[in-house]
Ligand binder design. Structure first.
Ligand code: C2O
Ligand code: CU
Length: 477
């Protein structure tokens, strides 16, 4: 077998719960299947996480119950991999919410250590944002209240207990949160099974099928195996129809550059914070940790039997170059979805910025290596910046380092104003909550400090960087 299955690595013990030392289980099916490598791409159909149903609706608010707990997942055919999961599965169940209809997600922490839940990209009151210091003790529950008042967007939820996210997300604590609204519905985009969240993450495995994790504070964790929705480089059978593919990069620290085979085009319709102004034809796109891009792919252009591979041009090692494959099958019937031809929305005009800040992203190398923002590391007792509610500012991410830093702001969205390395691509001119700042680059963004007052964090979403402790705190006043 190739990939990393030969090297047993000790799980680093700092902040790692003892339960993670549980072994994976090799089933007899795995022994039977010996010849076919569990790492071979395109062997399995892409799994689709179940959509969570509310347990009840109280005065127009949908109430969901989620258990945060350990589970086993069949990620490599014939092996059982211990995970942490919302409802014990990886990725966790998808929540589909509707703008104007609030939701309460009751999270019960069934783990033996603190946990919490951040709704990434959500407009959420500070007390419900999953601030790294607001945690749910083992055995306790917390009701996260989500107003769902922002525009349709592909959000996601994940653990955010301080100092642990590199491990807890790696071991499975994340899921998709899809917010829909009327404007988007009027566009007649593909729905139901033609609207597919695709969660990308790189992993490595021990011989027994358990996840292998090795801490690397500089690079961040890099695995040698790409999982999509928890399966190794899977295949997806597609009818000759239009599909809406929602890509989320849930990797610890890996960036992708995704292309369809033969330079086929996709139509980008949305980024982190929802719809772009206009659909945009692209042959590929970069995707940094925590970013989302949504595309429409028209498989009517392909003959039945076509196999269309989605490649990662940044794939290193080579085993990370194939992400998944679309297998075009016969049939599909008549298409009622469409690819929008013109304007999909008008982006809000932002108020003029009233302040500016420059945040240097640097590596401190003396003693323990540590990533810093403006020479500071995270201190929950300190507020680093106090923007005014409803205002905008210009924030400059200045990156003299050799690493990409996907910088993320909680609780609000921003637009990209300028990139020192070139023009801002039209695909990133919509609302964003995370931006990959390239080595030696300065990116200027304009956050809109709305809609809530309160304490939020902003940080690097290379999880090892954020944990140690490339994160500052802002208070909207
Ligand atoms: Cu997706 Cu503070 O995180
Ligand atoms: Cu970083």
């Amino acid at each position: 077998m190739r990939n990393s299955m030969g090297s047993f690595a000790l799980l680093c013990t700092i902040g790692t719960p003892a339960t993670l030392n549980r072994k994976g289980v090799t089933t007899s099916a795995a022994r039977r299947a010996k010849q076919a490598s569990p790492f071979a791409p395109f062997q399995r159909d892409v799994p689709i996480a179940p959509v969570l149903s509310p347990v009840r609706t109280e005065r127009g608010v949908d109430v969901y119950d989620v258990d945060i707990r350990e589970g086993m997942a069949e990620i490599l055919p014939g092996f059982q991999t211990p995970i942490y999961g919302y409802e014990g599965i990886y990725p966790g169940p998808t929540i589909r919410a509707r703008k104007g209809r609030a939701a309460i997600v009751r999270q019960r922490n069934g783990l033996s250590f603190d946990s919490n839940v951040h709704l990434h990209g959500g407009y959420v009151p500070a007390a419900h944002d999953g601030h790294p210091m607001d945690v749910i003790a083992p055995g306790a529950t917390f009701d996260y209240s989500y107003p769902n008042e922002q525009d349709a967007a592909f959000l996601w939820y994940h653990d955010h207990a301080h100092g642990r996210t590199a491990r807890t997300l790696y071991y499975g604590l994340l899921g998709a949160y899809i917010l829909e609204d009327d404007r988007e519905a009027a566009l007649e985009l593909p729905r139901d099974e033609y609207d597919v969240p695709l969660v990308l993450a790189d992993h490595a495995f021990n011989k027994d099928g358990s996840f292998r994790y090795e801490e690397n504070l500089d690079l961040g964790f890099r695995g040698d195996t790409i999982l999509v929705n928890g399966a190794v480089a899977p295949r997806m059978r597609v009818e000759r129809r239009i599909y809406r593919l929602r890509f989320l990069n849930a990797s610890n620290a890996r960036s992708y550059d995704l292309r369809l085979g033969n330079g086929r085009t996709m139509v980008q319709i949305a980024s982190d914070g929802g719809l772009l102004e206009r659909p945009l034809e692209r042959t590929g796109f970069p995707l940094h940790p925590a970013e989302r891009i949504e595309v429409l792919v028209d498989f009517r252009k392909f003959r039945p039997g076509s196999e269309v591979v989605l490649h990662n041009l940044l794939g290193d090692p080579a085993t990370t170059r194939s992400v998944m494959r679309f297998d075009v099958v016969r049939g599909g019937g008549s298409e009622d979805a469409r690819i929008p031809a013109g304007r999909m929305r008008t982006l809000e005009r932002l108020p003029d910025p009233i302040a500016s800040h420059r945040w240097d992203l640097t590596l401190q190398t003396g003693g323990d290596i540590q990533w810093k923002i403006a020479n500071r590391g995270f201190d929950p007792t300190r507020i680093d910046v106090r923007p005014q509610l409803g205002s905008t500012e210009l924030w400059q991410w200045h990156n003299p380092s050799e690493r990409v830093h996907p910088m993320h702001l909680h609780g609000m969205l921003f637009r990209i104003v300028e990139r020192s390395t070139g023009v801002v691509h039209p695909g990133e001119r919509g609302w964003k909550d995370t931006i990959g700042v390239q080595p030696k680059e300065t990116v200027t963004v304009q956050p809109w400090f709305t809609p809530y007052k309160g304490k939020y964090v902003f940080h690097c979403h290379a999880l090892e960087h954020g944990d140690k402790a490339m994160m500052l705190q802002l208070e909207v006043v």
